[in-house]
Write a protein that binds this ligand. Structure first.
Ligand SMILES: Nc1ncnc2c1ncn2[C@@H]1O[C@H](COP(=O)(O)OP(=O)(O)OP(=O)(O)O)[C@@H](O)[C@H]1O
Ligand SMILES: [Mg+2]
Length: 321
């Protein structure tokens, strides 16, 4: 088997709270991505999905910072290389599409300018060539009349088209890894499904490895090879998508799977999980899911279960399904 493209090892992200203590939102996560593989990272709001990916890209804003772990890419630890090197990798080898498309596009610059800027930051090409690449990339993400659309400003695009433009910026330099943080509130479900399809298509046609972040297990399951389930800043389960769907072992995964949001029917899950995720700084001592878990027993509250490996599936639970 080939070496993984990206390997996240023991990654931790934390903040200093008002009294100077460290509060960790990502508490030692491990997973890897093979070349060309699509991995879904799923979990409810606040589970640490975005922070972990921002840490991988070294784009955490203050006060968040990486407090431990390694991120191996191409044999180098991204967390220890210098900023100039990281800047060369970001956008060229690893690109990220952010959760909030509004704030990721500059409203004052045309779409074409924003794509050509990315191209010219990483490749020595003429202005004309950069514009040709930009038009071709915009076309690739499904925007018709791409040549003309280059001169449009972001406000002239619909939400779905802005999302496509952001994906165009991300893939303009043909990265080896695309990290897509699913826009949750900005887009309606139909557009969201189209974006998921687009990412699946790009991955198939261009061979780009993908990390797809989502709340929605069913949505990502359609396009990924493997699923990583996060809860309370930890990976609670991961494995091949078929195994996760057919035989989830962690009760949280089981409940996520029972949440069946419909693409055509009313918006919102038919089944919701009782209670709410733990708050930062108030993490249970044991399993973070124990306060909401229908299967929890007393040791679940006091002892963090280790990750158990069962063939190619891993789960951290004292009372697995
Ligand atoms: N700048 C910040 N300062 C303090 N806390 C933060 C900051 N950014 C994120 N957090 C907290 O860290 C935790 C993890 O946040 P993160 O954004 O990674 O969650 P997420 O899994 O991406 O959630 P969502 O699905 O809502 O995007 C949350 O409790 C969040 O409130
Ligand atoms: Mg997020």
């Amino acid at each position: 088997m080939s070496a993984p493209l990206l390997s996240i090892e023991g990654l931790r992200v934390g903040f200093r709270n008002a009294s100077g203590g460290l509060v960790e939102a990502v508490r030692g996560i491990d997973f890897s991505v093979e070349p060309g593989e699509a991995v879904g990272v799923v979990g409810e709001s606040g589970s640490g999905k975005s922070l972990s990916m921002l840490a991988v890209m070294r784009l955490l804003g203050s006060p968040a910072r990486t407090t431990g772990g390694r991120v191996m890419f191409d044999g180098r630890d991204l967390l220890s290389i210098d900023e100039a090197r990281m800047r060369a990798i970001r956008g060229r080898d690893i690109a990220m599409v952010f959760q909030d498309p509004q704030s990721s596009l500059n409203p004052a610059l045309t779409i074409g300018r924003q794509i050509t800027d990315v191209v010219r930051a990483h490749r020595r090409v003429s202005g004309t060539e950069a514009r040709r690449i930009a038009a071709e990339t915009l076309e690739r993400v499904g925007i018709r009349d791409a040549g003309k659309r280059l001169d449009a400003y972001p406000h002239e695009f619909s939400g779905g088209m802005r999302q496509r433009a952001l994906i165009a910026m991300a893939i303009a330099c043909r990265p080896r890894l695309l990290i897509a943080d699913e826009p949750t509130t900005a887009l309606d479900v139909t557009v969201q499904a189209q974006i998921v399809d687009l990412i699946a298509e790009l991955r198939r046609d261009l061979g780009i490895a993908v990390i797809f972040i989502s709340h929605n297990l069913q949505l990502v399951a359609e396009i990924v090879d493997r699923v990583v389930v996060m809860y309370g800043g930890k990976v609670v389960e991961d494995g091949p998508v078929e195994a996760i769907e057919r035989e989830p072992r962690h009760p949280y995964t089981g409940l996520l799977q029972a949440c069946v949001p419909s693409l055509t029917g009313p918006v919102g899950p038919l089944v919701t999980i009782e209670g709410s995720p733990p708050r930062l700084g108030r993490m249970p001592q044991g399993c973070p899911f124990s306060p909401r878990c229908p299967r929890a027993e007393s040791r679940c509250e006091t002892q963090m279960p280790p990750l158990v490996v069962d063939f190619d599936q891993r789960f951290a639970c004292w009372r697995p399904l």
